[in-house]
Design a protein around this ligand. Structure first.
Ligand SMILES: Nc1nc2c(ncn2[C@@H]2O[C@H](COP(=O)(O)OP(=O)(O)OP(=O)(O)O)[C@@H](O)[C@H]2O)c(=O)[nH]1
Ligand SMILES: [Mg+2]
Length: 700
C-alpha cells in the first residue's frame, strides 16, 4: 500500500439520513477510482463499508467504516457513517475525524431528520460541507425540488455546481457549471465513463440561470472577484474553484453535486471535486489540545516534523482479532511498530501492523503522515476518544462529544451461569461504543443498559451473543420507588427477651414526622434524664434506619422524614446496643404505619422536540403517560414541549416518539424529583411488588 503525504490526503465524512445512499456511494467511488476491484451492493452484502454480520443481515450501516479512493494521485479517505439516529454517535465520530462533510441527500426524499442532525454536527465542528444529491435515477427524483428544500430548510449557502440531464429513469447526463460541458453516460456504464459534449440546446437556459447563480455566489464571498465580475470580466475555472474552496473553508458556500451510485453516474466528477475542494489536512487550522498533567492549552498544526498526536475515533472488536482501533493523526508522522503513549491511561502502546482500512480489509503500511487515518489491532488499554501522543510530549485532544444515552432497558441472561460473562461483555461493548452504557443497580437488582434507542440496544444484545457467547434478553427496567410519610405518629418499641442467663432489654418511644422532599432522614435525640443511656441512642437510630430501608408499604426505602426519640427505659444488666437497635426497629414498625405512609415515584423533566404537525399527538401521549405539560414553544424548525413525567411511564418512549413523528422528533430527560404516586397507581405498584418479591424468594 502506498504512503501519502498530508497534502495528498483528503478526509471526508459521508453523512446523511438513513438509506440516502451513503454506503453505496462510498463503494462506487472506491470502485470507480480503481481502489476497489468490485462494485459492491448493500443488498448483496458486498458493499465495502457494510461488512459486519449485523449490517449484512439488516442492510443498513451500524458502524462507521472506512474506504479510500485514489484519484489524481490523492488518497480520499471516505468515512461511511450510519444514518439511523440510534447510531448517530458514529456519524459524530466520523465528522470529528474528517476535514469535510459530504452530506448525502436522497433526490427522491429530500431533507430528512437525519440530514438535519448531521448538518448540525458538521456546522458545530466547523468543517467545510458539500452536498451530494443521490439516487437521481430513482422514481420521483427531483433535483430542483430538493435543492430548494436544502436551501429553505438547511442553509441558504447551498449552490449547485452541476445539474442533471433527465431525472428518475430518464437520468443520463450531468452538466458541469464550471467547465460548461456536459457528461453524457451510456447505458451499461460500469465505472462512470462518459462522453463529453456541449450543453444540450434544451438545457441552455437552465444552465445559464444556474451558472450565473454559481458565479455570483462565488464572487460575493471574494471582494476582488466581485469587482472583476461586476466590471464584466470573465472568471476562469481555476479562479472560481480556488475561490469556492476558500468560501467553503469559511463556511460561506456549500456546493451541491449529484448523481447515482448504482449507475456510477457523476462519480468521477465527485472524486475530482473532493480532491479540488476538500482541504488537505495540512490546510486545516491547528487543533486545540491540552498538555497532560498541567492542562495547558496548546495548538497542534499538522506537520510531519512535530511529535505524533492522534485521536481514536472508533473501536470495533472483531472475532479472532480483538480490538481494532481507528485513529486520525493530527500531527506528526508514525512508523509501523512505533511506540506511542496514552497519557491519561499511562500506557505505552505499540502500533504493530500499522495499516489503512479498505472496508473490512486492512493493508499494512510502513508509515503514516500527519493528517492520515490509520488502523491498528490489539492495543492494550486504548479506547474510543483517547488521545495517543508521545512520552516526550504528552497531549490530550478535546473529546468527541458523543450524544448521551436516551433509552434505558434492563437486561438479564437467559442461561444460568453467564452472569459474569455478561458484565465483561457489556464493558467491552461500552469501550467500542461510548453511546452505550451499563450499570448494575443493587437496589433494583437489575443490570441496566442504556443507549440511543431500542434498535441500538437490540443490536448490543445480538453482539453480546455473537462476540461473547452471552445469551441475554431485554426487559422493562424496574423503578426506584420510595416511601415517605404524610402524617405524624408516635409510639413505643420495646424489646425484651429472657432466655436463661443474660437477657435483652431495650425500650424507646419515638415520634415520626414528614420532612420536605429531598431533605432525607433526620434523627433527633430528645432523651432527658438519661432514661436511655447516651451510649445506646445511636443504636436506636441505627435500628430505625434499618427498618426504614425496608419500607412500610411495599418494601421500598423510606425517605424524607424525621424521628424524635423522646422517652424510653433500660436495664442495668440486660440492656445492650443490640437490644436498643431491636427496640428501634420495633418502634419504627409500630409507629410508621400510623404516619400515613405513601409511595413516591421518580419524576423526570422531559423536553420533547416535535414537528408542529405532530404536536397534538405528542402532547396527548405525554398526558396519557401521566405527564404534566408545562408548555410548548417554537424552537427552530420544531416545537419544544416541556413536561414532568413519571419515570415509570417513560418505558419505550423513544420508539413511540419515533413513530408519532416519523423519526423527526427527539427528546431529552433528566431526573427532577420524587412525587407522591396517585392512589390507584400505588395499588398496582404494591401488587406488582409483591409478585416481584415472591419471584425473588423463589429464585433464592
Ligand atoms: N436506485 C438507486 N438506489 C440506490 C442508489 N444508491 C443506493 N441505492 C439503494 O438505496 C438503499 C440505501 O442505500 P445505502 O447505500 O445502504 O444507504 P445508506 O445511506 O448507507 O443507509 P444507512 O447506512 O442506513 O444510513 C439501498 O437499497 C441501495 O441499494 C442509487 O444510486 N440508485
Ligand atoms: Mg450505510
Amino acid at each position: 500500500m502506498r504512503v501519502y503525504t498530508g497534502d495528498a490526503i483528503r478526509n471526508v465524512a459521508v453523512v446523511g439520513h438513513g438509506a440516502s445512499g451513503k454506503t453505496s456511494l462510498v463503494d462506487a467511488l472506491a470502485f470507480v477510482a480503481g481502489s476497489s476491484s468490485r462494485h459492491g451492493r448493500v443488498e448483496d452484502g458486498t458493499a465495502l463499508t457494510d461488512y459486519t454480520p449485523d449490517e449484512i443481515e439488516r442492510q443498513y450501516s451500524i458502524n462507521l467504516a472506512l474506504a479510500h479512493a485514489e484519484w489524481n494521485k490523492v488518497k480520499i479517505n471516505l468515512i461511511d457513517t450510519p444514518g439511523y439516529l440510534d447510531f448517530i454517535g458514529d456519524a459524530m465520530a466520523g465528522v470529528y475525524a474528517a476535514d469535510a462533510a459530504l452530506l448525502v441527500v436522497s433526490a427522491a426524499a429530500g431533507v430528512e431528520v437525519g440530514t438535519e442532525k448531521v448538518w448540525e454536527f458538521a456546522e458545530a465542528r466547523g468543517i467545510p460541507r458539500m452536498f451530494f444529491l443521490s439516487l437521481l435515477d430513482k422514481e420521483h427524483a427531483d433535483f430542483e425540488k430538493v435543492y430548494r428544500d436544502i436551501k429553505e430548510h438547511l442553509t441558504p449557502k447551498v449552490v449547485p455546481i452541476e445539474i442533471p440531464v433527465g431525472e428518475g429513469p430518464e437520468f443520463h447526463g450531468i452538466i458541469n457549471l464550471f467547465s460548461k460541458k456536459c457528461h453524457m453516460y451510456k447505458k451499461g456504464t460500469k465505472a462512470g465513463e462518459y462522453d463529453e459534449v456541449d450543453v444540450p440546446e434544451e438545457y441552455l437556459q437552465r444552465f445559464e440561470t444556474h451558472q450565473q447563480e454559481l458565479i455570483e455566489t462565488i464572487a460575493t464571498t471574494n471582494d476582488e472577484l466581485l469587482e472583476r465580475y461586476l466590471g464584466g470580466e470573465e472568471i476562469s475555472r481555476e479562479e472560481a474553484v480556488a475561490a469556492m474552496k476558500e468560501g467553503m473553508a469559511a463556511g460561506e458556500i456549500c456546493p451541491l453535486l449529484c448523481g447515482s451510485a448504482h449507475l456510477t453516474y457523476g462519480t468521477r466528477a465527485l472524486l475530482t471535486k473532493l480532491v479540488e475542494l476538500v482541504p488537505a489536512p495540512t490546510e486545516r487550522p491547528p487543533v486545540k489540545a491540552e498538555t497532560w498533567g498541567d492542562a495547558e492549552g496548546i495548538e497542534l498544526a499538522p506537520a510531519d516534523s512535530s511529535p505524533f498526536v492522534a485521536q481514536v475515533f472508533k473501536t470495533v472488536s472483531e472475532p479472532h482479532v480483538g480490538d481494532v482501533t481507528f485513529f486520525r493523526i493530527y500531527t506528526g508522522s508514525v512508523s509501523n511498530g512505533a511506540e506511542v503513549y496514552n497519557a491519561p491511561r499511562n500506557t505505552a502502546e505499540k502500533l504493530n501492523h500499522l495499516s489503512v482500512p479498505q472496508g473490512k480489509d486492512r493493508s499494512e503500511v510502513p508509515m503514516l503522515h500527519a493528517g492520515d487515518i490509520g488502523v491498528v489491532a490489539k492495543l492494550k488499554d486504548t479506547h474510543t476518544n483517547d488521545t495517543l501522543s508521545t512520552q516526550g510530549q504528552k497531549v490530550v485532544l478535546r473529546k468527541i462529544p458523543f450524544p448521551e444515552p436516551l433509552t434505558v432497558l434492563s437486561v438479564r441472561v437467559t442461561k444460568r451461569g453467564e452472569e459474569d460473562k455478561l458484565s465483561t461483555g457489556l464493558q467491552k461493548l461500552h469501550e467500542e461504543d461510548p453511546t452505550f452504557e451499563h450499570t448494575y443497580s443493587g437496589e433494583l437488582a437489575q443490570t441496566l443498559i442504556s443507549g440511543r434507542g431500542e434498535r441500538h440496544l437490540e443490536i448490543v444484545i445480538g453482539r453480546l451473543e455473537r462476540k461473547f457467547g452471552v445469551h441475554a434478553e431485554l426487559g422493562r427496567p424496574r423503578v426506584a420507588y420510595r416511601e415517605t410519610f404524610k402524617g405524624k405518629a408516635e409510639g413505643q418499641g420495646r424489646h425484651k427477651k429472657q432466655t436463661g442467663g443474660r437477657g435483652q432489654f431495650g425500650d424507646c418511644w419515638i415520634r415520626i414526622a414528614p420532612q420536605d422532599r429531598g431533605t432525607g432522614y433526620e434523627f433527633v435525640d430528645r432523651i432527658k434524664g438519661g432514661v436511655i443511656p447516651n451510649k445506646y441512642i445511636p443504636a436506636v437510630d441505627k435500628g430505625i434506619q434499618e427498618a426504614a430501608a425496608r419500607g412500610v408499604l411495599a418494601r421500598y426505602p423510606c425517605v424524607d422524614f424525621r424521628v424524635e426519640c423522646y422517652d424510653g427505659s433500660y436495664h442495668d444488666v440486660d440492656s445492650s446496643e443490640q437490644s436498643f437497635k431491636m427496640a428501634g426497629i420495633m418502634a419504627f414498625r409500630n409507629v410508621a404505619p400510623n404516619a400515613k405512609p405513601v409511595l413516591l415515584e421518580p419524576i423526570f423533566e422531559v423536553e420533547v422536540w416535535t414537528p408542529e404537525d405532530n404536536l397534538g399527538e405528542v402532547m396527548g401521549d405525554l398526558s396519557s403517560r401521566r405527564g404534566q405539560i408545562l408548555g410548548s414553544v417554537p424552537d427552530r424548525r420544531l416545537t419544544k414541549v416541556n413536561a414532568f413525567v413519571p419515570e415509570a411511564e417513560m418505558y419505550r418512549y423513544s420508539t413511540q416518539l419515533h413513530s408519532m413523528t416519523h423519526g423527526r422528533g427527539t427528546f431529552r430527560w433528566i431526573f427532577s424529583t420524587y412525587q407522591e404516586v396517585p392512589p390507584d397507581v400505588a395499588e398496582k405498584i404494591k401488587e406488582e411488588r409483591e409478585k416481584e418479591l415472591e419471584e425473588e424468594k423463589e429464585r433464592r
